[in-house]
Design a protein around this ligand. Sequence first.
Ligand code: SF4
Length: 376
Amino acid sequence: MVTALYIHIPFCAAKCSYCSFNSYAGLEGLQERYVEALCVEMVKSASGRRIAPLQTIFLGGGTPTLLSASLLRKVLSSCLALFPLAPDAEISIEANPGTVDGEKLDFLRAAGVNRLSLGVQSFADQELGRIGRIHSAAEAVRAVHMARAAGFQNLSLDLMYGLPDQDAGSWRTSLETAFSLALNHLSLYQLTVEEGTPLERMVREKRVQLPDDDDVAVMDALSTELSAGAGLLQYEISNYAQPGYQCRHNITYWENRDYLAIGSGAVSCLDGCRRRTVAGPEQYCDLIEAGQSVVIEEETLQADASFRETVIMGLRLNRGVSLNQLQRRYGILPEDYYGKILEQLIADGLLVQKGGYLRLTERGRVFANRVMAELV
Ligand code: SF4
């Protein structure tokens, strides 16, 4: 039964140099049409499906806060009118500090949004400039203060390490600035240079230099060490939270549970079937307006593929994957499925099976990609 809803807003003020997400700059003229289309897709998705009261709603992108308050109102009110909501539901929105002001934040809080995730990436202006962010460090700090003033008690911030010309000292400064803002949740991502992005070209043409693996390992270690010191405990490979502030929506993904996703390029996972909608926002609007389906890909997940995904996704969580739940859901345990591969990973000190969970050890988290590759 679906308890999580994702809504994709694909618009951005400008495209960051590293970004390979389904997001577009320069489509301001399409926003109204897109919101209309979203509402139509929501109506279709809500009808004829058993939906339990939603535990989480997540407006992501793109930059949802690029939409005007009246368009955001339309999205939120349609969603709340169509889907039942649990009384303590987590309603998150992603925001770019360059697209919020006190008024918009007041509106979002009043409209029921109770978790704000600010994409800050760095508190060094030079680093922000190199990756094409539209905001300064000072604007990011201001956005945090405005969010608190608007009444957001659940505030998260994204930072990135491994950025062009970044060193451990600058990463430490970004982390310490974030801690000084008393956030409830931090997402700390290592930059990956995606093919076809402007950043890839800049790296290839040696116009920027990336930190080497040793530097990145130091930054990685700093992330865990300093976050723990600030009372933010790692609960997933890239995520840290005060107790009780883990992102419930993302835990749905990591536990490989069902979720409904609306919007262009959105991927839903429903009753053993994964489906993807058309990526281009304009094409998405055209199809909806013509009364046609926006689904372009549908895949039925075989039980063993779903089992492997549940193991791999669950291992991203520090607590690991519940053996009990695997047994109940698939009737099989990792030791039976993986046999000697699992034995070896445990013998190598990369995985441990304890207290009803299979999880990565501390060393296993460092070599997480290798472990996942063996279990995929
Ligand atoms: S704001 Fe986010 S989604 Fe938009 S271009 Fe930058 S990284 Fe991509």
